[in-house]
Design a protein around this ligand. Structure first.
Ligand SMILES: NC(=O)c1ccc[n+]([C@@H]2O[C@H](COP(=O)([O-])OP(=O)(O)OC[C@H]3O[C@@H](n4cnc5c(N)ncnc54)[C@H](OP(=O)(O)O)[C@@H]3O)[C@@H](O)[C@H]2O)c1
Length: 285
């Protein structure tokens, strides 16, 4: 099977390349350098027509949550218009399409983990663009799978793990938010889950939730686990989102109910501490 991946140097794109190489599967990646999908979103459909892949995975996105507040139009093109074009292209070619979405489509006000069919109500521009992307993919029809995930990281990208390791080496005290809860997702596990799903695609557009399993934690809890593993012990000042200097509102509950995915694909998702250990093996900090 030959797979077309949109995204090349991103966390998920890199992890997909590793997983596919390990399976000796054939794939091709298109990142920003090859095709800027904000400048030319319609190129996505042209590539699908020209390359005739057996499946498409969209691992590209405008992921700068704060940046999306001022670059809303760009975020919408990459996170909503382009996925809609990809989904239509895949439908015309009669091939499966996997699109990745986010916990940020929810407002975080639910007391329990979010189920796939819970109502979207994004709090910020990034979340609104990802919600619009889901609607565009569903409207296109075809064999599309939307995998919503949360708190994605690896040992290399610009993410919470690498930021914490860098800051812990520069400072003795760190302010970390303690009122946003969720479950981290190691990019390598997300990639493996995508490829598992690709082997048993539903016939119509369907949404599933994927994260690592294990206890639901706050960012402060995750930082404590990271410092413990790294044997770095800066003082953690637990602060509320209101105290933390971010101009963008974020959901307080990002926890996703992953049971449908585990049941339907017969695929138990790994615990987040297992993912953290694997990410540590990649870190260069
Ligand atoms: N990171 C998180 O915490 C998080 C949480 C929930 C959901 N998600 C979702 O998970 C998916 C994967 O996220 P990630 O963390 O792997 O993202 P990432 O590391 O930020 O990578 C973003 C990807 O998008 C590509 N891209 C950006 N601008 C582009 C443009 N103008 N034209 C074409 N491609 C462009 C990049 O291309 P290059 O390869 O050329 O750099 C890169 O491969 C996304 O759908 C994201 O919304 C992420």
């Amino acid at each position: 099977m030959s797979i077309l991946i949109f995204g090349k140097n991103g966390q998920l794109s890199r992890a997909l390349q590793r997983s596919l190489s390990a399976r000796a599967a054939s794939f091709i990646c298109y990142g920003r350098e090859e095709t800027d999908l904000i400048a030319q979103p319609e190129k996505a459909a042209e590539l699908i027509r020209a390359l005739r892949p057996n499946a498409v995975i969209n691992a590209c996105a405008f992921t700068d949550v704060d940046g999306a507040e001022t670059l809303g139009a760009e975020a919408n093109i990459l996170n909503a218009k382009a996925p809609g074009i990809m989904a239509l292209g895949c439908r015309s070619a009669n091939i499966p399409f996997i699109h990745i979405s986010s916990d940020y489509v929810f407002d975080g006000k639910k007391a329990e983990p979010y189920a796939p069919m819970d109502k979207r109500n994004p709090l910020n521009a990034y979340g609104r663009s990802k919600a619009a992307g889901e609607r565009a993919v569903i409207a296109a029809g075809g064999q599309s799978l939307i995998l919503r995930t949360s708190w994605v990281y690896d040992g290399i990208g610009k993410n919470f793990l690498t930021t914490m390791l860098r800051l812990a080496k520069q400072r003795t005290e760190l302010d970390i938010v303690n009122d946003q809860f969720g479950r981290p997702t190691y990019a390598g596990h997300l990639a493996e889950s995508c490829l598992t799903a690709l082997e048993a695609m539903p016939a119509v557009p369907t949404i599933y939730h994927i994260s690592n399993s294990g206890p639901i934690i706050s960012w402060a809890d995750f930082a404590a686990a990271i410092f413990d593993r790294a044997k770095l012990y800066p003082e953690i000042n637990e602060v509320s989102s209101a105290q933390f200097s971010s101009r963008t509102e974020r959901p307080s509950n990002s926890a996703l109910d992953i049971r449908d995915f585990e049941r339907d694909f017969k695929y138990p998702l790994e615990a987040w501490d297992v993912g953290l250990e694997l990410a540590f093996q990649e870190t260069r900090i």
